[in-house]
Each structure stands twice: as C-alpha cells, then as structure tokens.
Write a protein that binds this ligand. Structure first.
Ligand SMILES: *[C@@H]1O[C@H](CO)[C@@H](O)[C@H](O)[C@H]1NC(C)=O
Ligand SMILES: *[C@@H]1O[C@H](CO)[C@@H](O)[C@H](O)[C@H]1NC(C)=O
Ligand SMILES: *[C@@H]1O[C@H](CO)[C@@H](O)[C@H](O)[C@H]1NC(C)=O
Ligand SMILES: *[C@@H]1O[C@H](CO)[C@@H](O)[C@H](O)[C@H]1NC(C)=O
Length: 399
C-alpha cells in the first residue's frame, strides 16, 4: 500500500471508530437522562420540568465541568456540585512531638493526625436522588461488607415510595472505602455493581472506620446542602435497626419542614466514658468537660431539611470529634437547638434486661419508630410479623 493510501485508510477507520463511539455514547446517555428525569409532572408542571436547574445542557457536553459557566446565583448558596476532587491530606506532624500525644492509644493518635482533613472526593454519587418532590430522605450508614443488611433494608423499611401530594420517600446508603487494604479492589467492584443495580449508594474516598463516622456525618450534610435544597425531612440511621416508616410518616404529618425538628433517643448530660476498654472511651486530653451537650443516639433520628443545611455550616466551625452522634450534638449546641426526646426511638436498647420479651414482641415493634440492633434475618422476620395478621391487645400510645 502506498503511503497516501495508508493515510486515507487510517483516517477513514478513525472517523468510523469515532462515529461508532459517539453513537454508543449518546445511546447510553439517553436512557440515563430519562432515569434522571423526575416523575411526570402532576401539580407543578413548570417546576417539575426543570428540577432545580440541574438538567444536562447539550451544548456543554464536551466541556470540562469546570468550563461550564455556573448559573447566575439567585440565592447565596454554596457549590452546585461536590467540589472536592483530590485527596490532599498530609499527616499533622506537629503533634508527634507533644508528650500527651505520645501517651495516647494508636487509634486516637491516628484520629488526631488526620483530624484536619475534612472533605474527600466522591467515588459514587447520585446527584439526581433529590430531584422532583422528595418529602423524606432516608439515609443509612453502612460499610461495604454489609451487603446483606442493605439488601434487607431495601426490602423492608428502606423501600422507596410515593406519597401522592406529599412527595416521595427516597433511600440512600452512605459509605466510605473498605478498611482493609487487601480487600479494597475486590469489594469496590462488587459495590459498583450493587450501585448499578439499585442506584442508591453514596461513597466517599475515606476509610470506613469507627472514628471516621464523624466524617460520614459531615460529608452527608455537605452533600445534602448541595444536592437536596427542597427535601423536607431526613431520617438518618444505622444499617442494623428496625424502622417503622408508617409511624415515622404519621409522626411527621403534623410537623413543618421549617421547624428546628431534631427528634430521637436523646441523652441529656451524658458523661464521656473514661474506661479504657470501652468502645466509646475518650481520654481527658480530647474532651475535658464533665458532660456532653444533649445528643440523639446515631442509631436513628429525624431532622428537618432546613435544619440539616444550617447544621452543615455549624459543624464546619467545630473540630471533628471521634464519636459521630456526640459531634452532631455539639453542632446543635452551636445553633442553640435542643434535640427532642421521643419514646418511639429505642436506639440505646429497649429494656435493661437483654432477655426481655419485648425484644421479640411484634406488637411492640409495630408501635415504635426505631428499635436498635437486628440482624438482617431478624429484620426480615420481624417485618413480616409486624405487617402480617397481627392482633395486638392494645395499641401502645407513643405517637
Ligand atoms: C497538597 O498540599 C501541599 C501543601 O499543603 C501542596 O504543596 C501540594 O501541591 C498539594 N497537592 C495537590 C495534588 O493538590
Ligand atoms: C503545624 O504547625 C504550623 C506552625 O505552627 C501551622 O502553620 C500548621 O497549620 C500546623 N499544621 C497542621 C496540620 O495543623
Ligand atoms: C479516616 O480516613 C482517612 C482517609 O482515608 C484516613 O487517612 C484516616 O486514617 C482515617 N481515620 C481513622 C481514625 O480511621
Ligand atoms: C390473614 O388473615 C386472612 C383472613 O383472616 C387470611 O385469609 C390470610 O391468609 C392471612 N394471612 C396470613 C399471612 O396469615
């Protein structure tokens, strides 16, 4: 083949390949965009057609997201997308020379060494999750390995639903990365697959460890502030609790999203635990006051969307604290908001007696909002009992 022929041949092949690539790309994009559309407009067609201005602009398709001009700011809101794209977190070596630091247990040293690193990039995101009218966003703290818990929750209390004019109930799981380095690549692939099936996973690039739960808290609040400007209420909980969505919704029915609503299993004047063998042990150098501000157990609580957005800014003024629910109590204190205790939230245990009959009593679960600690099989079984032909002698009045 002559050189000239070769060149023509090459460019024809290249054009063909490009054409195919573009076609495939656009095909892929179309159903995806459909998925991201909100449900067909019912009452407010104008608003539904343009959900908070997030529609993909066809003209900006090839542009780098950073080149695309931001819409003219109507209200002083923060970034419109997750704006952290690199992990640039170096160890704070200032501490290593301090004698009090050297005396600490290794996990406290690790916590303090990276305490100043507050935000990490996103690995899995769902910017479309809050589009349309979302009444209640259910968010569940989970870790990669607990796939069976997420599966049980999707079939039970995490089931998404439409509440007519009130809007929708949507569910998301909040994750970091696998804590064991050698497991990471493998689990990451499984998680990406799970997310392709369900589209309900938010993942950030930080280690999923106990002390990093506070990071999960502030990452979610920042994410919510960016992507969910109109969501009315949030339920946030663990992946090993029983939740009764019917009761949650009944409870919320006469609440206003403008209220400073923060309801859960609230502890007043809880003392920091100073026994070293306890999971919640806190050394005096980390927290010296005799008691914590009031806070709700992280197993499950409800808050209003507006409060969550203010909470995001309040938390940003504080140094991170290793216990996530206590940290949230500290943020509430900045806002002078008192969390409200409610009998229906049992996140610190039901009865002092572990063998109490209440632990297995479906009538009890039916009358509660949140009950702590159930394994996936127990959750599925209890869900079946509570929603089956259950005759309870009397309805416990907790709502
Ligand atoms: C990370 O931060 C250091 C100092 O804080 C800076 O010198 C470096 O350029 C940063 N790297 C990246 C990739 O942003
Ligand atoms: C370490 O100390 C220096 C000087 O006091 C300060 O500028 C720097 O911000 C400190 N680093 C961290 C991570 O706190
Ligand atoms: C939290 O995650 C970051 C980023 O992965 C990691 O560097 C840090 O060690 C973790 N902290 C704890 C206490 O596990
Ligand atoms: C519930 O009760 C109805 C009528 O009493 C019966 O037909 C049905 O099979 C029962 N369902 C279950 C799950 O027991």
């Amino acid at each position: 083949m002559s050189l000239w022929k070769k060149t023509v041949y090459k460019s024809v092949c290249l054009s063909l390949a490009l054409l195919v690539a573009v076609t495939v790309f656009q095909r892929n994009l179309t159903p995806h965009q459909f998925l991201q559309e909100p449900p067909p407009p019912t009452q407010e067609p104008q608003k539904a057609q343009n959900p908070s201005g997030h529609l993909v602009n066809p003209n900006s398709f090839w542009k780098n997201p950073k080149d695309v001009a931001a819409p003219t700011p109507m209200a002083p809101r923060g970034p419109q997308t997750w704006d952290v794209s690199t992990t640039n977190c170096s160890a704070n070596l200032n501490l290593t020379h301090q004698p009090w630091f050297q005396g600490l247990e290794p996990h406290f040293r690790q916590f303090l060494t990276y305490r100043h690193c507050r935000y990490f990039p996103m690995l899995l995101n769902h910017p479309e999750k809050c589009r349309g009218t979302v009444y209640l966003l259910v968010v569940v703290k989970s870790v990669i390995t607990q796939h069976d818990r997420r599966e049980a929750i999707r079939q039970t209390w995490g089931l998404e639903q439409e509440l007519g004019s009130r809007g929708a109930v949507r569910t998301l799981f909040l994750l970091g990365t696998a804590s064991k380095q050698e497991e990471r690549a493998h689990y990451q692939q499984l998680l990406a697959y799970e997310d392709r099936l369900y589209g309900d996973i938010l993942q950030w690039d930080f280690l999923d460890s106990f002390f990093n739960l506070t990071l999960k808290e502030i990452h979610f609040l920042k994410w919510f502030d960016i992507y969910c400007p109109h969501v009315q209420f949030i339920f946030k909980g663990d992946d090993d609790v029983f939740v009764n969505p019917t009761n949650l919704l009944e409870f919320l029915a006469d609440r206003q999203p403008q209220e400073d609503l923060f309801v859960g299993d609230v502890l007043q004047h809880a003392r920091p635990i100073r026994k070293k063998d306890n999971k919640y042990y806190i050394p005096g150098v980390l927290y010296s006051k005799p008691s914590y501000p009031p806070y709700a157990g992280g197993g499950g609580f409800l808050m209003a969307g507006g409060l969550a957005r203010r909470l995001h800014r309040a938390c940003d003024t504080l140094e991170l604290y290793p216990i996530d629910d206590v940290f949230l109590g500290m943020c509430l204190e900045v806002l002078s908001v008192q969390p409200t205790a409610h009998e229906g939230f049992k996140t610190f245990g039901i009865s002092r007696n572990r063998n109490s009959r209440m632990n297995k009593e479906p009538c009890f679960f039916r009358s509660m909002l949140v009950v702590h600690k159930l394994l996936p099989a127990e959750l599925l079984a209890m869900w079946g009992l509570v929603h089956g032909n259950l005759t309870c002698a009397r309805k416990l009045q907790v709502l």
